[in-house]
Design a protein around this ligand. Structure first.
Ligand SMILES: NC(=O)c1ccc[n+]([C@@H]2O[C@H](COP(=O)([O-])OP(=O)(O)OC[C@H]3O[C@@H](n4cnc5c(N)ncnc54)[C@H](OP(=O)(O)O)[C@@H]3O)[C@@H](O)[C@H]2O)c1
Length: 331
């Protein structure tokens, strides 16, 4: 059986693919280069959601690879303490904090201003912050918080930072990379714009999360069609099921069942593809893809979601983002 065929077989079976079985089999069968063989010295990596779970592990690896790492966090003490720890652990002094709440439109604008001011060239922008809210939460502007945090904010931050991202290739570097941490949960929901924010009486946290994560993946493809891959490449990914505070809080039953079976990935395993997409040359050669375990994956696995993903709906999603964030591609 060829290795690729075997990989697509376990992908179809979901559990082996998303659990640590998939990580271990693929790492071995595809002879992955170890992350510590990469060098990010001189690269500016902006990471959201670095103060917990997958993000903290990714931050540790970025720091150890010599990146100039910028941690965007909402809790000043937690973020600054972690930055101090990372500097000490890695002996890399180029680790910085920018503080702001990614669920608040005005904070996101201020974060972008601070980033642009301090870092005129950004090589990697990793949108990792995310959450599943079992009880509905809303941002100050009234938007569903998961949609604000995972759809509107990455869109706005990317839009506002395009000049700094474009500066990466202009400086003779490779194209910049914009990475979006989505979720395999997005497979369960088709693209919807009218239902992007669920009605109060139908609200289900996992469904709402999946809709936002689906929108992220579609926007990733749309960005890649709007911006030349010689300037910036856009890649989305899903990490599999990873043992983190996020999953324990959002899905306690599911995560404890997986944990008892020894199937959850470690944060290091969950962070692997994010860091690999930041550092390896392969993902710099394409744009708009969806990755899992260092390989491109389909974004639709059912006819229902394939049929729902129409050009008109995509245009509506982009228009929704522009109207909601007040940032337009014409800016
Ligand atoms: N764990 C999994 O199995 C899994 C599976 C699929 C996808 N994912 C995705 O992977 C990413 C990381 O998840 P995780 O499991 O590592 O979650 P986590 O442990 O809960 O970490 C989430 C991170 O996002 C930050 N964040 C949340 N809301 C924010 C806000 N309003 N402003 C700024 N930062 C905010 C958190 O900051 P604080 O530290 O301040 O709370 C934290 O750093 C998420 O996008 C998640 O959807 C995870």
């Amino acid at each position: 059986m060829s290795t690729r065929f075997f990989d697509s077989l376990i992908e179809r079976l979901i559990v082996p693919s998303f659990s640590n079985i998939g990580y271990k089999l693929r790492k071995k069968n595809f002879d992955w280069p170890a992350l510590d063989t990469y060098d990010l010295t001189g690269k500016v990596v902006v990471l959201t959601g670095g103060t917990s779970g997958i993000g903290t592990e990714a931050a540790r690896i970025y720091a150890s690879l010599g990146a100039t790492l910028v941690m965007v966090g909402r809790n000043p003490d937690k973020t600054r303490l972690l930055v101090a720890d990372l500097i000490q652990e890695s002996n890399n002094a180029s680790i910085h904090a920018v503080i702001g709440d990614l669920g608040e439109h005005s904070d996101v604008q201020q974060i972008a201003v601070k980033l642009a001011d301090r870092f005129p060239v950004i090589d990697v922008l990793a949108h990792n912050a995310g959450a599943l809210f079992n009880t509905r939460k809303r941002a100050a502007n009234g938007c569903d918080l998961s949609v604000e945090l995972m759809v509107a904010t990455p869109f706005l931050l990317t839009g506002l930072l395009l000049p700094q991202l474009r500066a990466s290739a202009q400086n003779g570097h490779n194209p910049a990379r914009v990475l979006t941490m989505s979720s395999g949960g997005m497979y369960t929901e088709p693209l919807t714009v009218t239902g992007l924010e669920m009605e109060n009486d139908e609200y289900q946290g996992a469904k709402q999360y999946a809709r936002a994560k689906r929108a992220q993946v579609v926007l990733n493809e749309m960005w890649s069609e709007k911006v030349s891959k010689d300037e910036i490449v856009f890649q989305a990914l899903h990490p599999g099921w990873v043992e983190t505070p996020g999953i324990t809080e959002a899905l306690p039953g599911f995560s404890s069942w997986l944990s008892k079976l020894g199937l959850l990935r470690t944060p290091h395993q969950g962070a692997d593809t994010l860091v690999w997409l930041s550092a390896d040359s392969e993902p710099a050669n394409s744009s708009g893809n969806f990755w899992h375990d260092r390989a491109i994956r389909a974004i639709n696995i059912s006819a229902k979601s394939r049929n729902a993903d129409t050009p008109d709906k995509r245009a509506d999603l982009w228009a929704w983002c522009e109207k909601h964030t007040q940032w337009t591609s014409a800016d």
